[in-house]
Structures are given as structure tokens and as C-alpha cells.
Ligand binder design. Structure first.
Ligand SMILES: [Zn+2]
Length: 169
């Protein structure tokens, strides 16, 4: 995790919203910025509590085996919230899909801050992960529908949920 974070720091940019760190290509920043605006409009509470305080980064997560992930880092001066989005996801996803990834990771962060502070996702049992993901993926699905996602975007998330064996409400 530490090594990954150092890599992510090769480009840094401060914006109106969150801090967005992206590697190499500037156009990705516009896509993430558009996604952040979608989150801000559709999920103002999550945006205010989590997203606006998060550092959003991207890097090649293929080897780590993640589409995206998040972390809450405890430091002497406070908590640092991180959302990492894989380069593949950034390339292939629509603005709204990226917004839904940001909502998904923000809900994980929210749970780490409130329900089970300090717990590491890596130490969760399969059952605990499935329980949290059932709540998060279904919230994400409602978010997409609410934000007028296309049939393809909704089908894409449902496909992922079925693959992860998450019940669809
Ligand atoms: Zn997740």
C-alpha cells in the first residue's frame, strides 16, 4: 500500500473540490472532475462528509486486482481519506460510472469512520465483506437509477453484482 501511494504522487493538483492526483494524462482529470460534480448534485451529504475531504488518485491497479479501493489513514494530525481509481476503470467508464465508483468507495470510508473505525478491509471475513457490499452495491445501484443512468450502465453494475454474488434489491 505504501509503495503504491508514493507512485500516485507523481502528479498533484489541487481543485475546487477534492484533491485529485492523476498520472500522466490530463484529460482524466476532467473526467473525474465531471464525476465529482455528479456526486455533488446527487449525493450532497456524502459529497460533503467524505468526497470533498478525500484525496482522489489513480494508478495501475491491475496487479493489485482492484478496480478501485479506498483507505483511511490515521496520522498525528488527523485522518487522511483516500480513494484510488484504477486506470482501466478511468479509461473505460463513463463519467456517471466513475461517479458511482466514487460513491461506492465513499460508503466504505463512511463505514470505516463510523461503524467499525480502524478496521482493515483485508481483515474482514468473506461474510462481513458480503454484508457491507450488499448495502453498498445496492446504494450504488439506486444512485445510478436516480442519476438517470443508461440501461447499459445499470446492466453493467448488475452484472458485476451477480459476479460478486451480491443480492440485488
Ligand atoms: Zn467495495
Amino acid at each position: 500500500m505504501k509503495t503504491l501511494m508514493v507512485l500516485f504522487f507523481s502528479f498533484f493538483c489541487s481543485t475546487l473540490f477534492s484533491q485529485i492526483n492523476l498520472l500522466r494524462v490530463d484529460s482524466w482529470r476532467d473526467k473525474v472532475q465531471a464525476a465529482l460534480t455528479i456526486v455533488q448534485i446527487n449525493e450532497p451529504a456524502i459529497f460533503k462528509e467524505i468526497v470533498a475531504k478525500s484525496t482522489i488518485q489513480s494508478g495501475d491497479l491491475k496487479e493489485a486486482g482492484y478496480a478501485a479501493f479506498c483507505d483511511v489513514q490515521e496520522t498525528p494530525t488527523g485522518k487522511i481519506l483516500w480513494i484510488m481509481i484504477g486506470l482501466d476503470e478511468l479509461n473505460k467508464s463513463s463519467q456517471l460510472e466513475i461517479a458511482s465508483i466514487i460513491v461506492h468507495e465513499s460508503l466504505h470510508i463512511q463505514n470505516r469512520l463510523h461503524d467499525q473505525p480502524g478496521r482493515n478491509w483485508g481483515n474482514f471475513t468473506y461474510k462481513e465483506k458480503q454484508r457491507e457490499h450488499t448495502q453498498i452495491y445496492n446504494y450504488e445501484l439506486a444512485f445510478l437509477k436516480n442519476a438517470q443512468a443508461s440501461n447499459d450502465e445499470i446492466a453493467g453494475l448488475k452484472r458485476l453484482m451477480r459476479k460478486e454474488k451480491i443480492p440485488i434489491f
